[in-house]
Write a protein that binds this ligand. Sequence first.
Ligand code: IPM
Ligand code: MN
Length: 356
Amino acid sequence: MEMNIALLPGDGIGPEVVDQAVKVVKAIGEKFGHQITFETALTGAAAIEAVGVPYPDETHEVCLRSDAVLFGAIGDPKYDNDPSAKVRPEQGLLLMRKKLGLFCNVRPTFTFPSLVDKSPLKRERIEGTDLVFLRELTGGIYFGEPRGRSEQGDRAFDTCVYNVYEIERLARMGFEFAQKRRKLLTCVDKANVLATSRLWRETVQRLAPEYPDVKVEYEFVDAVAMRLIQWPKAYDVLITENLFGDILTDEASVISGSMGLMPSASLGSDTKLFEPIHGSYPQAAGKDIANPLATVLSAAMMFEYAFDLQEEADAISAAVNRSLEEGIVTEDLAGDGGKAYKTSEVGDWLVKQIMS
Ligand code: IPM
Ligand code: MN
């Protein structure tokens, strides 16, 4: 197959983790006989420095003409520490999601057998967890208007808005995912307080009869925050709005053992995008110590979701599993006394595994 992949390394550790994923993708291309070309473009603080905006039109063009986008991370402390900054790197990520129509962010949570004892949660609670969040990605409080400050600057406001069509398209994806899995769908909301949540619940209730094989549960977000780490095996597919999904998926990463392991796929109307759920981890940037596995696993999701190539995706996951079993891991997973490998060494090791 011919594949043209857009690479948006972004900020912080983004470039170095994307480098490892590219090595792995090239190895897969060689092994399975695919012609893969890459085109790199600017996003985030790196784009602001170069051209003044965090998601340049040129970058959008590159994404549109590609078959899939592999994204690193966005964010820079320079902007985090300056709340008055008018242009922020994160705006680039949000604009990119919006302009590419990526309304559904798929964030799976599963455990790696070799890491179960590294989680602060008890083995019997988490072993065998296999759930997936579908986080709505282009609506809600992240995008709602009005937003801003009062003239005096002593009041700030954000607006959470959802239209039925935005909820419906995400919910339908949730039902379809559930049908292919264990047929349990949990609608996560705060319908006891928020009008938007009541619209979510109403919409999901209206659609449910169309999917009689799927059992639907409705649960408040605060309860899910608790039950998710108490008994994660109770869940299969969870659908939720943008901000709740952002928060709960960081929490869910504790089940897997590290933020550095969690991949995601963003799906919608145009080109699909694949990105780790972690941020730009500026403290580690350029040090060759960041965990590349979340990005490598995002590349595995790319083969599965963008190209429908399950064998290629499985080959990547298998190599990652072996690296974890054999302790070829970066410092976040090495633990006391364990050897910490460099980011690039982990990438090279994965390539060797795939080619062997
Ligand atoms: C994520 C990130 C982003 C988000 C930030 C960087 C804007 O935390 O992808 O989860 O909040 O969506
Ligand atoms: Mn987040």
